[in-house]
Design a binder for this molecule. Structure first.
Ligand code: DUC
Ligand code: ZN
Ligand code: ZN
Ligand code: ZN
Length: 465
């Protein structure tokens, strides 16, 4: 067979191990894994590692973020940054505007993404209403149409659902076959701590962290798991930040429950002290749950190594720093309460985990592939078309130079925000080429080509099939 493209002599990380071979691509699919393959176009990958293109199943793009607040990425910049960070698929969330139906939100998001993406895209939903139309019509119809996962919040006024509401939503997931993702923090406890902090004049960005302490997350994690047990559904706990929440997940699994878990770069590289920086710089690190301590980095690493974590995602949620529509929103300096929550990270997720995990000997290449691509595809209904270098899959590949060492610099990144929390952070191992369905989208750190990303149809999560 003459391939359209051959990637020659890479160390190829496949589902069954790492092999030194060529990858033959035909019609955007992986056609052959072998040696001496012929093609019209050859990429010499000697010395490079071929990994499945990253799938970041937790990003926020063009999401409504409150009055006067604007997310820093649209689909053009968000997927450009993702591609430059070695990703070929991202899964953002559809959050309805106030008064908008879930169904209309999906139509609107598809319109924003269509024709603008340098990665493929598939949408999760956010369920913030539990009225008869949402639960009786829109959500079932959307699940059946391939939107087979959605997030519910236990925190944030206007988003948080009561336990009863979460149970109602979970029962729709059970009836129609969707994965429930939970943001687990106890809203009442946060409100109590926040009001008390403000009363005592503790209003700086650092107090975002002190008012969302570990028990707030541990308790909500336990409760979310209990609700899922009662409803009889699997669930995914997203953005787990600490050891006690990790233990809740381990205990649930020991009881035989199906609980998946996600963690993020911020929980192995940043601490609450980053929110305590000079001036207002701490606002750059405000995300929820907040970064914890170095001891918690160790706890999260133990969870990664022991297989508690299935997913390593960015939770990319970008706001500009020097901007009244971003971190310096009106009132933000009067209280941390008014600082928009979230940090950028879609371009730096993979290099950070590669450097901290693979290069430091904590992760095999195979486990890296699972945490950054394969498991995302399995959990969210994209496998085996996505998530693995295997014959028949889409030719979504990232070529890595495992020895390239350079610091993360905002000046080198491609997102729409004006800073990175990892400025100056040293990384060894960078993707040097990203390939989406056989077409290069990033070369040597720069975006390449027209936005050919597609909006993907999803099946049910593997665990529900
Ligand atoms: N939760 C997220 O998943 N992303 C940003 C903010 C938040 O609370
Ligand atoms: Zn080799
Ligand atoms: Zn969240
Ligand atoms: Zn998020």
């Amino acid at each position: 067979m003459t391939h359209d493209l051959v990637i020659r002599s890479a160390d190829v990380v496949t589902a069954s191990g790492t092999a030194h071979c060529d990858i033959g691509v035909k019609d955007g699919k992986i056609a052959t894994l072998g040696t001496g393959l012929a093609a019209r176009e050859v990429i010499d990958a000697t010395g490079l590692v071929a990994l499945p293109g990253g799938i970041d199943s937790h990003v926020h793009i063009s999401q409504p973020s409150g009055p006067g607040i604007e997310m820093a990425d649209d689909f053009t910049t968000g997927t450009r940054a993702a591609a430059c960070g070695g990703n070929t698929t991202v899964l953002p969330f559809c959050l309805p505007e106030d008064g908008e139906t879930l169904r209309d939100a999906v139509t609107a998001y598809r319109g924003k993404a269509e024709g603008n993406c340098l990665t493929d895209v598939a949408f999760h939903l956010i369920v913030k209403e539990t009225d008869a139309v949402t639960l009786g019509q829109d959500l079932p119809a959307l699940i059946e149409a391939g939107y087979t996962s959605f997030k519910v919040f236990m925190t944030y006024q206007g988003l948080a659902l009561s336990d009863r509401q979460i149970l109602e939503v979970m029962s729709v997931a059970k009836a129609h076959g969707a994965m429930v993702m939970v943001h687990a923090e106890n809203e009442d406890a946060i409100e109590f701590l926040r009001d008390r902090a403000e009363r005592d004049g503790q209003i700086s960005p650092y107090h975002h962290a002190t008012t969302r302490p570990v028990p707030v997350e541990r308790e909500a994690t336990h409760r979310a798991i209990s609700l899922a047990e009662i409803a009889g559904v699997p669930l995914t706990i997203v953005h787990v930040s600490n050891g006690e929440a990790t233990e809740e997940i381990m205990r649930a699994r020991q009881r035989g429950l199906t609980v998946f878990a996600e963690t993020c770069p911020q929980y192995i590289t940043l601490t609450a002290d980053d929110l305590d920086r000079d001036g207002f710089d701490g606002a750059k690190y405000v995300c929820s749950p907040p970064p914890r301590t170095r001891d918690e980095w160790d706890n999260i690493w133990r969870g990664i190594e022991q297989g508690v974590f299935d997913l390593f995602s960015s939770d990319h949620c970008p706001f500009r720093f020097v901007d009244t529509a971003g971190k310096d929103a009106p009132g933000a300096r009067k209280s941390f309460r008014n600082i928009p929550n979230g940090i950028p990270g879609v371009e730096t997720r993979l290099p950070i985990l590669f450097s901290e995990g693979v290069v430091k000997g904590r992760l095999s290449l195979e486990r890296f592939a699972a945490l950054t691509a394969t498991n995302h595809a399995r959990l969210y209904g994209l496998y085996p078309t996505k998530g693995a270098i295997t014959v028949g899959a889409d030719a979504d590949i990232a070529l890595w130079n495992p020895k390239l060492t350079k610091p993360i610099r905002q000046a080198d990144l491609h997102h729409g925000t004006d800073y990175t929390p990892w400025e100056g952070f040293h990384v060894t191992g960078w993707p040097v080429r990203t390939i989406l369905r056989g077409v290069t989208t990033m070369l040597d750190g720069a975006p390449v080509g027209a936005p050919g990303g597609q909006i993907l149809h999803r099946e049910a999560p593997d665990v529900l099939r």
